[in-house]
Design a protein around this ligand. Structure first.
Ligand code: NAD
Length: 382
């Protein structure tokens, strides 16, 4: 299958491109490399040293003989995107290429606007590109579980059966996102759903949970193929951030009470979920929604798990409850359905102490690269 991975230089996109290439798909990457520029802006870095995109794909070719073509450019530049679509004629377009940090989107007006324009306009261009150049192409779009927020009823996979004043309908599940970033994803979902209806686009919206880990079998083949791993207060996500904090003797930074419950998944499952979606395309005109996570944890659960494993490895650290920089419920009901990907064959890699230990050991090798001032949160929602 010819597959474009947009955002293929990023944390989820790079291992996905390698995995799909390994499975025999003909893969190309679109990326404007802006994630590397946010590092410069925030004076931050990936704890793992990462090679340039050019070096990465060269090494992949050397090791496997497989070519991954790269197109450096911005989804917001329609002429560029259209040219790539004409050249590649993809059967699936995997869309990771967005600004994905909630705190980054909450820095100030400029960052909120940048995030929403980058994400919403980029996706709108992809939808027009598919319509005009490759109308049969299956859009596989990364959304987030954060689109739903934390309602006091179970979260369904995209749609909710509602009975109102004696009538019944199946309606899009209500969205109550918690940042300008998460709102951009909701706006995307609406635009995609609308174009499925009016133009017959086939699309799968993957409402992904928080991804942890960094390695897949492919990224482990050579240091040049290493994946990025973020730990800072802006791009570092829970679990990965806690593991890194533990290795530098930093308290684990739980925001508020830590009762915030979220869906999580291993990066190894992210790449498999994309493969499953690609191999089982949505029908023409179908807007299909999968909840892409494997387990639910509270933030405090995760901190406690990391604290335990870190102690066994000789790192004794405390769990610190910081004043919550976000506006969110810290104790709430959370129950989300995630059966559709499993029904299609996903076999989850669950979060065990061994998994935490393996990430921790990789991190220890690079802990000298941590810029300590970046670990604490410095963006507030208020
Ligand atoms: P990332 O920032 O590491 O990767 C995104 C990539 O897209 C980067 O390489 C960036 O340079 C590129 N990009 C951004 N805007 C672009 C544009 N306009 N044109 C071309 N390239 C562009 O992020 P990630 O963690 O790999 O996340 C990938 C996707 O998965 C995002 O859409 C994110 O919202 C979603 N997601 C991630 C997580 C997570 O825990 N990492 C959780 C849920 C959903």
């Amino acid at each position: 299958m010819n597959i474009i991975v947009a955002g293929g230089d990023g944390f989820c996109g790079w291992p996905t491109a390698l995995y799909l290439s390994k499975q025999g798909h003909d893969v190309s990457i679109i990326d404007n490399l802006v994630r590397r520029k946010y590092d410069d802006e925030l004076r931050s870095n990936s704890i793992t040293p990462i090679a340039s995109l050019e070096e990465r794909v060269q090494k992949w070719k050397e090791l496997t003989g497989n070519e991954i073509r790269t197109y450096e450019g911005d989804l917001n530049h329609y002429d560029f995107l259209k040219e790539v679509l004409k050249r590649e004629k993809p059967e699936a377009f995997v869309h990771f290429a967005e600004q994905r940090s909630a705190p980054y989107s909450m820095i100030d007006r400029e960052h909120a606007i940048y995030t929403q324009v980058n994400n919403v306009v980029g996706t709108l261009n992809v939808l027009y590109g598919i319509k005009e150049v490759v109308p049969d192409c299956h859009l596989i779009k990364l959304g987030t579980m954060g689109e739903y927020g934390t309602p006091n009823i179970p979260i369904e996979e995209g749609y909710l059966e509602v009975e109102h004043k004696g009538r019944k309908d199946v309606l899009p599940y209500p969205k109550q996102p918690g940042s300008f970033y998460h709102l951009s994803k909701v706006h995307d979902s609406h635009n995609i759903m609308f174009t499925c209806k009016i133009w017959g686009i086939r699309a799968t919206d993957l409402n992904q949970g928080i991804v942890y880990g960094l390695d897949t079998d492919e990224t482990q083949m050579d240091p040049v193929l290493a994946n990025r791993l973020d730990y800072d207060g802006v791009f570092g996500t829970a679990l990965n951030r806690f593991i890194i904090q533990s290795t530098i003797g930093h308290d684990l930074t739980v925001y508020g009470e830590g009762g915030q419950t979220r869906g999580f998944l291993n990066i190894r499952d992210t790449v498999r979920c994309i493969e499953i979606a690609a191999e089982n395309p949505a029908d023409k005109g179908e807007f299909r929604v999968f909840n892409q996570f494997t387990e639910e944890f509270t933030v405090l659960d995760l901190a406690n798990k990391v604290q335990k494993v870190a102690k066994e490895e000789g790192y004794t650290i405390d769990v610190a409850h910081l004043e919550n920089p976000r506006v969110e419920l810290e104790n709430h009901f959370y129950e989300a359905v995630n059966t559709k990907l499993r029904d299609l064959g996903l076999e989850p890699h669950l979060l065990t102490d061994e998994v935490i230990r393996e990430i921790l050991k990789t991190v220890v090798n690079h802990k000298d690269r941590v810029i300590k001032e970046n670990v604490l949160p410095n963006v507030t929602w208020k």
